[in-house]
Write a protein that binds this ligand. Structure first.
Ligand code: C2E
Ligand code: CA
Ligand code: CA
Length: 572
């Protein structure tokens, strides 16, 4: 295929000369189409594809750099070579700075040289486009990247201001993507992101921009919004298209997303603000149950403020150790025997009162404070458990929650063991609760850590079991003791056949893996009976005992071991 050149040149003699030079040097390599005016040239560019355009600067309908600017306005993707009768270095430099690929002086150079200049110009342009692409698009999904996103958002706002229309910004974050990534690996995570991006592309109009802002966060810019409901429709569509499973190479996974929406000019006038607001709305959607969307509202900002406020307070609390532990009993519900206690953290704030771990543990993880906090929890829980033993109560195991963020850290086993040793409690009275995700990330490494802990007699349970993505084969590889059935399944065990089924499956799985199983969040007799019928004999929940401060816990020890005389009735 010949290289197609569009030559814009009003001097026919010059055109012919160029054609001859090229044809002599490289017969049939180039095919030249000529145009005598700039507007003719632009028409040709619109009608046909060319590999390169060569243009004179003095044309009947254009003078100087005008020609270059007009061509670029018409198309960004074609290499431009300027032909000039003037040997003017300054002009040449200006032209190249504008983005033209070369500046040739008429009458200089033979066909070989010109041909080479043309080939180089095409190569340079290709390279430039590749760089541009890399600078503007996300290499994984092919969506716009952050840089291009800001550029497009800026332009969209200018257009909206001019046309008095609305722009909606949607920020979309995948729910529980981290769990998928951690349990199934980055390759699977990446594959999912690509498919998600694909589905997003199908749910918006051609002109709308979809960008990947990073990780599992996406943004969509929707222009020409007329009413609120236009945006609601898009958000609904996105939630909907996520519903069917994603067929990945190794397995099918389900994913949902949380969406935050901000509107220009309703909410704020600057692009940065718009993103911040959409982000805040997205967090709100996530908190209020995932798989939903939220429009930005002024009160969300207030919540953001309190979060910042909370951050400062938490840092102070860690220094001052303003925490305490509550203990919740675990029972064998058939023999009614106390089998252990789970240590649950509380933050007792002077002004705000008791702050839930659901609020501050994720924040502590984010701020890198979780290690210090866990050290404290282990030390405190072990100290308390030893105290109970010294007071003559029956020995029980105390369970401590280890954040998944920590479990994959180097030296974690030693760090945990150091705290236990320092407390003088025998490690066989310690149990660690770890969520699936943390263990599945790297089974071999997890096993090394687990073995180190288990060699000392520490028991390991998988917390919130059933909510992650563990496969049986993975579980088999891990040296574990207990599966803890997540409370969400227990909650609906009576009215949701699926949940009842899952509980049965977990119990069967535990049995085949020779693991103990315990149900958490048991609140009613009916739930308890159902669990026993399915073969689960260990349980924890409000029905048997709420988490209480250490001094109230002895009520749960059996009477003969009890120091105090107070009579408590635990319901079975
Ligand atoms: P988790 O490990 O799943 O702990 C069980 C949570 O369920 C506790 O909430 C407990 O109070 C609650 N619960 C127990 N029985 C029932 C029941 O019958 N009904 C209902 N509705 N809830 C019940 P809590 O204490 O608010 O802790 C929440 C989460 O915070 C824990 O979930 C755990 O993930 C985290 N957490 C608590 N303490 C620590 C800690 O010391 N370290 C770390 N890393 N995380 C902690
Ligand atoms: Ca737990
Ligand atoms: Ca749990």
């Amino acid at each position: 295929m010949p290289i197609k050149i569009l030559l814009i040149e009003d001097n026919l003699g010059d055109s012919r000369l160029l054609e001859e030079l090229l044809n002599t040097a490289y017969p049939r390599k180039y095919q030249i189409n000529s145009a005598c005016t700039l507007s003719d040239g632009l028409n040709c560019l619109g009608a046909e594809e060319f590999n390169v355009v060569m243009t004179d600067l003095t044309l009947p309908d254009s003078n100087g750099i005008q020609a270059v600017l007009k061509i670029q306005e018409h198309t960004q993707s074609i290499p431009i070579i300027v032909l000039s009768g003037l040997d003017n270095n300054e002009l040449a430099l200006q032209i190249v700075k504008l983005g033209a690929q070369d500046f040739l002086i008429k009458g200089q150079g033979d066909g070989y040289l010109i041909g080479r200049a043309i080939d180089y110009a095409i190569e340079r342009k290709l390279h430039e486009q590749k760089l541009n692409y890399l600078a503007s698009y996300d290499s994984l999904t092919g969506l716009a990247n952050r840089t291009l996103f800001w550029d497009r958002l800026g332009r969209a706002l200018i257009r909206a201001k001019r046309n008095k229309t609305l722009v909606a910004l949607l920020v979309i974050d995948l729910d529980r993507f981290k769990t998928i990534n951690d349990t199934l690996g980055h390759n699977v995570g990446d594959e999912l992101l690509v498919q998600v991006a694909h589905r997003f592309e199908h749910s918006v109009r051609d002109g709308d921009t979809i960008a990947r802002l990073g990780g599992d966060e996406f943004a969509i810019i929707i222009e020409d919004v007329v009413v609120h409901t236009d945006v609601e429709k898009v958000a609904d569509k996105i939630l909907n298209i996520m519903k069917s499973p994603f067929g990945l190479t190794t397995q099918e996974v389900y994913a949902s997303s949380s969406i935050g929406v901000s509107l220009y000019p309703t909410d704020e006038l600057k692009a940065e603000e718009l993103l911040k607001y959409a982000d805040a709305a997205m967090y709100c959607a996530k908190k209020s149950g995932q798989n939903s969307y939220r429009f930005y509202a002024a009160d969300i900002n207030q919540n953001l403020l309190t979060e910042l406020d909370l951050e400062a307070k938490l840092r102070r609390a860690v220094i001052k150790q303003d925490f305490m532990l509550y203990y919740q009993p675990k029972f064998n519900i058939v023999t009614q025997e106390l089998i252990g206690a789970e240590a649950l953290m509380r933050w007792n704030h002077a002004k705000d009162g008791m702050i839930s771990p659901v609020v501050f543990i994720p924040l502590a993880e984010k701020l890198g404070l979780i290690d210090v906090i866990t050290d404290w929890v282990i030390k405190e829980a072990c100290k308390q458990n030893r105290l109970w033993q010294l007071e003559g109560y029956q020995p029980i195991r105390v369970a401590i929650n280890v954040s998944p963020k920590q479990f994959n850290q180097k030296g974690i086993a030693k760090r945990i063991l150091d705290q236990i040793v320092a407390s003088n409690l025998s490690p066989e009275y310690v149990e660690l609760e770890i969520t699936e995700g943390a263990l599945m990330k790297d089974a071999i490494k997890s096993n090394e850590v687990l073995n180190e802990l288990k060699n000392k007699g520490i028991q390991i349970s998988i917390d919130d079991f059933g909510t992650g993505y563990s496969s049986l084969s993975y579980l088999q590889k891990l040296d574990l003791d207990i599966l803890k059935i997540d409370q969400s399944f227990v909650k609906d065990i009576l009215d949701d056949a699926d949940d009842a089924e899952i509980v049965s499956a977990i119990i069967a799985m535990a049995k085949s893996l020779k693991l103990d199983v315990i149900a958490e969040g048991v609140e009613t007799q009916a739930q308890k009976n159902c669990l026993v019928a399915k073969g689960c004999i260990n349980a924890q929940g409000y029905l048997f005992g709420k988490p209480v401060p250490a001094e109230e816990f002895p009520q749960f020890f059996v009477k003969k071991h009890r120091c105090q005389d107070k009579e408590f009735v635990v319901q079975f």
